[in-house]
Design a protein around this ligand. Structure first.
Ligand SMILES: Cc1ncc(COP(=O)(O)O)c(C=O)c1O
Length: 396
């Protein structure tokens, strides 16, 4: 058989999806598997977005412009202005999900073997995108004991080499739920300016901030116009993961012009989904208020229930809808698989994401799992109870 690429061999499996076959096997046997592993919200998509597609009278489902439809990008610029982010339509390239924006960004700023520094634990697919474009992820560790705050600036500076092209942050963070303060963003701004690097911020969870805390975007930071690139998405904001619409935003014209060439190669983002996403911008504030209240309630319940489990350490999320949980075990991959294959409580079990895949540093996260609190409170409470019983049975 002809051999596959080296890159293909290096491509990491998603820690969120790799245990799916075990979950499917359990389901085939009639077991109810409660999913704490994946960030697929159960929140309803805004009706305006669904109606826009339903009531549409398109006769030809044509390609759109490569950079996304003009009206959508103009309305997106107005959405950003409401968030005190002042960009225009020309600074925005609509992409097929935030995922594609990440891939375009990495390809735009880095060559093979160039380096991007990322605080870990980080969204696991950063590893995948980096491998696909040949970029090396250089992790800088953040710790559960400090709730995953920005690592000290000296830790970043120690890692900067002639091959470093960018620092990438996720704010608010998946999988940590950490929300960077304005001061932390300012510190990052100073480093990237000092070392002439790009600062990439994945802000797909912008709206999901709790406890009265406000999101501060890198695009709000003055003097960062040539450095800042934001990755964004409608997936979580409007519970529209299946739309596959995101965008890349930068005031640096060389960045957008270059990213546009990568975008041209894939022709255009999906047309119907842009119609839905444009309409979603009309979503009333009351929708977000309700959604936020729901997530805060879920987070509080999750933390309260997890704290009842002996030996458990939790990073308290201030945003997004994930948290990293340290368990009294030494191999969360084996434990997560065991829950799916062996453990049943009244014919139910839970699926969690082993956290090692959210780290690039070897050996980290092995006693941690990521939990997504995307279930209603009743199911969430039940899921933590099953996890508790499973853990007791596992460690004996
Ligand atoms: C931090 C983060 N960035 C990007 C994405 C990609 O989202 P999408 O491609 O659905 O827009 C996700 C999805 O879960 C995410 O959690």
């Amino acid at each position: 058989m002809p051999s596959i690429s080296h890159k293909g061999q290096l491509m990491p499996e998603s820690p969120i999806r790799k245990l799916v076959p075990y979950a499917e096997e359990a389901k085939k046997k009639g077991v109810n598997v409660i999913h704490l592993n994946i960030g697929q919200p159960d929140i309803k998509t805004p009706q305006v977005a669904l109606d826009a597609v339903k009531n549409n009278t398109l006769e030809v489902l044509a390609y759109s412009r490569t950079e996304g439809s003009e009206t959508y990008r103009e309305k997106l610029a107005a959405y950003y202005a409401k968030n005190d982010i002042h960009v225009s339509a020309k600074d925005i390239i609509v992409t097929t999900g935030g995922s594609e924006a990440l891939a375009f960004t990495m390809s735009t700023v880095a060559d093979n073997d160039d380096e991007i520094i990322i605080p870990e634990p980080f969204y696991a697919n950063y590893n995948g995108f980096a491998t696909a474009v040949g970029v090396k992820v250089v992790p800088v560790i953040s710790h559960i004991d400090s709730n995953f705050a920005l690592p000290p600036i000296e830790e970043f500076e120690k890692l900067i080499t002639p091959r470093t092209k960018a620092i990438l942050i996720c704010n608010p963070g998946n999988p940590t739920g950490y929300l960077y303060t304005r001061e932390e963003i300012k510190k990052l701004a100073q480093i990237v300016k000092k070392h002439d690097l790009f600062l990439i911020a994945d802000e797909v969870y912008r709206e999901f901030t709790y406890d009265g805390k406000e999101h501060y975007s890198i695009l709000q930071e003055e003097g960062l116009e040539n450095h800042a690139i934001v990755v964004d998405s409608v997936s979580k904001r409007y519970s529209m993961c299946g739309a596959r619409i995101g965008c890349l935003v930068s005031k640096n014209e060389t960045i957008t012009k270059t990213a546009l060439k990568f975008a041209q190669a894939r022709l255009s983002p999906p047309t119907y989904a842009q119609i839905a996403s444009e309409a979603a911008l009309e979503t009333p504030q009351s929708y977000f208020d309700q959604v936020k209240e729901e997530y805060v309630g879920r987070r509080d319940l999750l933390i309260q229930e997890l704290k009842k489990i002996e030996g458990v350490k939790i990073g308290v999320p201030q945003g997004a809808f994930y948290c990293i949980v340290e368990l009294p075990i030494d191999d969360s991959d084996a434990f997560a698989q065991w829950l799916l294959e062996e453990f049943r409580l009244d014919n139910e079990t839970v699926m969690v994401a082993p956290a090692a895949g959210f780290y690039a540093s070897e050996g980290y996260g092995k006693n941690q799992v990521r939990i997504a609190y995307v279930l209603d409170k009743e199911n969430l409470k039940k899921a933590v109870h099953i996890l508790k019983e499973g853990l007791a049975s596992y460690i004996g």
